[in-house]
Write a protein that binds this ligand. Structure first.
Ligand code: AHM
Ligand code: MG
Length: 335
């Protein structure tokens, strides 16, 4: 008897497209190419300990951080896999200061923008800790012949799709097209992502808080009080919560999404706007989180309502179980 394969990501994309009879197939094509890029990065990540891809390149990226070789590889893989598809009008990457134009030698007229963090959590690579690729897709809005920065400066609520690939004990793709969140686990023996976590819903309240408490002395009082809340003993509300902090956003977010909990990266004296980037970190994860029943805020405002002003803008981030995020919203609103 042949093994039952279940629902492959390919089948899921095709089924989603059938809900839009007028669809040209461009979006499905875009997702399919994106997934191939993810598999290529997965292959490199799983081989990282075997071949010469770990370690640093010696150069700095636009955020002034040292670029790990795998970051470089993931960035190039995504650009080279996506630039000639004809589906995109441009790309934005954490690793590239400027918008990535689609070269004239490739098909033009793409209807979508793609913003990505090619390999988030890369400081963890050498220690074999989970890392991930995060991406966000919008429709092009300008009339310009090629994508321009304005096409990327759209609120998160207008995302057409968002997702992340986590390279962990298994490689998983978590995806939303704006009608629920589904998780697909890569079966490396057949090279396909299979639907393993249909319709993910995050618990309304968690038992975990995730924050880099090494920064506590630099937070303002409101952030400090919010974090204190989760550490305070109160049986009725299941407190204190447990701390879990990997320092790899995708991994911390993914765990909290499944188990319930809150991830926080508040503003601090060294990072007055927080550390994490709006367009390709906070916004796609916020879209996924809301679609799973959770919430995501910055300094009180929903992440998905923030009007971006630049490609690499940073924002404070509180994301996860709805009740826990609302508690933070309340603390942040107080004087
Ligand atoms: P990166 O995009 O350079 O990998 O940085 C983002 C990472 C996130 O994965 C993680 O949540 C955060 O930085 C951890 O920061 P810190 O080391 O300050 O706690
Ligand atoms: Mg990152």
């Amino acid at each position: 008897m042949p093994e039952r394969l279940g629902i492959t990501i390919t089948k899921h994309i095709a089924a989603s497209q059938r809900n839009f009879p007028e669809a040209s197939g461009d979006f499905s094509g875009l997702m399919t190419e994106m997934i191939v890029a993810g598999k290529v990065i997965h292959r490199a990540v799983t081989k990282a300990g075997l071949v010469d891809v770990i370690g640093k390149t010696g150069s700095m990226n636009v955020q002034g951080e040292e670029v790990a070789k795998l970051d470089d590889f993931a960035n190039l893989t995504l650009i080279q896999k996506m630039d000639h598809t004809g589906y995109l009008c441009g790309m934005a990457s954490e690793e590239m200061e400027d918008l990535i134009e689609i070269d004239d030698k490739h098909p033009q007229g793409g209807k979508y923008t793609l913003a990505f963090d090619p390999l988030d959590g890369s400081s963890n690579i050498d220690a074999n800790v989970s890392i991930g690729t995060i991406f966000s897709i919008h429709r092009k809005i300008s009339d310009a012949p090629k994508g321009i920065v304005d096409d990327f400066l759209q609120v998160g609520r207008k995302q057409v799709a968002a997702g992340y690939i986590i390279y962990g004990s298994a490689t998983m793709l978590v995806l939303t097209f704006g009608n629920g969140v589904h998780g697909f686990t890569l079966d490396p023996s057949i090279g396909e992502f299979l639907l393993s976590h249909p319709n993910i819903k995050t618990p309304p309240r968690g038992k975990i808080y995730s924050v880099n408490e090494g920064n506590a002395a630099k937070w303002d009082e409101r952030a400090t009080r919010a974090v204190e809340y989760f550490k305070t003993d109160d049986k009725a509300t299941g407190r204190p919560y447990s701390t879990r902090y990997i320092g790899s956003l995708v991994a911390d977010f993914h765990r909290n999404l499944l188990y319930g909990g809150i991830f926080m990266y508040p503003a601090d004296k060294s990072n007055p706007n927080g550390k994490l980037r709006l367009l390709y970190e906070a916004s796609p994860l916020a879209f996924i989180c809301e679609q799973a029943g959770g919430a995501a805020i910055s300094n009180g405002e929903d992440i998905l309502d923030i009007q971006p002003t630049s490609l690499h803008q940073r924002v404070p981030l509180y994301i996860g179980s709805k009740d826990d995020v609302e508690i933070c919203r309340d603390f942040l609103a107080r004087k």
